[in-house]
Ligand binder design. Structure first.
Ligand SMILES: C[S@@+](CC[C@H](N)C(=O)[O-])C[C@H]1O[C@@H](n2cnc3c(N)ncnc32)[C@H](O)[C@@H]1O
Length: 259
């Protein structure tokens, strides 16, 4: 298995449907993830992003139940999606075993896009929230001192329109406060659709351990820039360049287990 790693952070290059099976049960406190949005006509609307990812969006059931397994009993999961899929994702979370808690909204204060014909231009996206049990870890200190809207369930951030490594790249502020609310320093955070490693960067910034999975080796490498992590990128850095180069060459990712 190819992986990129630094101090307290690792990015596994592979298909999360396979890689998740290799991770230990109950080993992560929080999962923040942002899978390719399930646009109904995969070849149509959203095709630019899907072409870039080079893969059809996995079905929820193919990865959500593994997320449930690897989460600690007082852990939470946040999943970003498009508004049109709220119902499907809500049901899929429940089917995987999660208790669905009130969703958050990302208010997209600026987005360089045109509305789809017949639809209003989208200015918010849901972030669905599931807990493994009825007792979940929640630290309200990161909310202190915020006004009612900023301290609540609406996050206001512009989308990443320019210099994005991957279509749909999320503003780091979105995962940052969620990580602080749902974990303690030293806890482990997972993102099975890591893209440009935004979640991993947010986790390391706040002293959490971070594991990501990304299927596209090129995106993985571009995003995994150790200068962007709040870590000592020194001798502890271990990047398996040879293997990655090989995979970039033939576009394949090998699937051996590492755990
Ligand atoms: C919307 S992007 C994530 C963006 C990320 N939140 C960020 O801020 O950079 C979705 C990512 O999931 C990856 N992906 C798609 N299918 C996957 C799979 N089966 N396993 C792992 N990653 C996958 C895509 O290559 C893409 O980088």
């Amino acid at each position: 298995m190819t992986y990129l790693s630094g101090d307290g952070v690792e990015l596994i290059v592979g298909d999360c449907r396979e890689v998740l099976k290799t991770l230990h049960s109950e080993s992560f406190q929080f999962i923040f993830t942002d899978p390719p949005y399930r646009i109904k006509n995969w070849e149509g609307f959203g095709r630019k992003a899907n072409r870039t990812y080079g893969t059809k969006p996995p079905e929820y059931h193919e990865w959500l139940s593994e997320c449930y397994r690897v989460l600690k009993s007082d852990g939470s999961i946040n999943v970003c999606e498009s508004t049109i899929n709220i119902k499907d994702l809500w049901l899929a979370l429940e089917k995987a075993g999660f208790q669905v808690q009130p969703p958050l909204a990302w208010f997209v204060s600026f987005r360089a896009s045109h509305p789809r014909r017949g639809w209003l231009n989208s200015h918010w996206e849901p972030v669905m929230w599931g807990t493994k049990t009825e007792k979940w870890y929640f630290d309200s200190k990161p909310l202190a001192g915020k006004g009612s809207s900023m301290g609540g369930d609406v996050y206001v951030h512009p989308s990443i329109n320019y210099n994005a490594i991957v279509p749909g790249q999320k503003p780091i502020g979105l995962s940052e406060r969620q990580i602080r609310i749902h974990t303690k320093e030293g806890d482990k955070v997972l993102d099975p659709f890591a893209g440009s490693s935004t979640t991993l960067k947010a986790a390391r910034k706040w002293g959490r351990y971070a594991t990501g999975i990304e299927i596209n080796p090129e995106i993985a490498r571009k995003g995994f820039d150790l200068r962007a992590f709040n870590v000592r990128a020194s001798t502890q850095t271990e990047i398996h360049e040879d293997e990655l180069e090989k995979e970039l060459g033939d576009g394949k990712v090998n699937g051996d287990k590492i755990h």
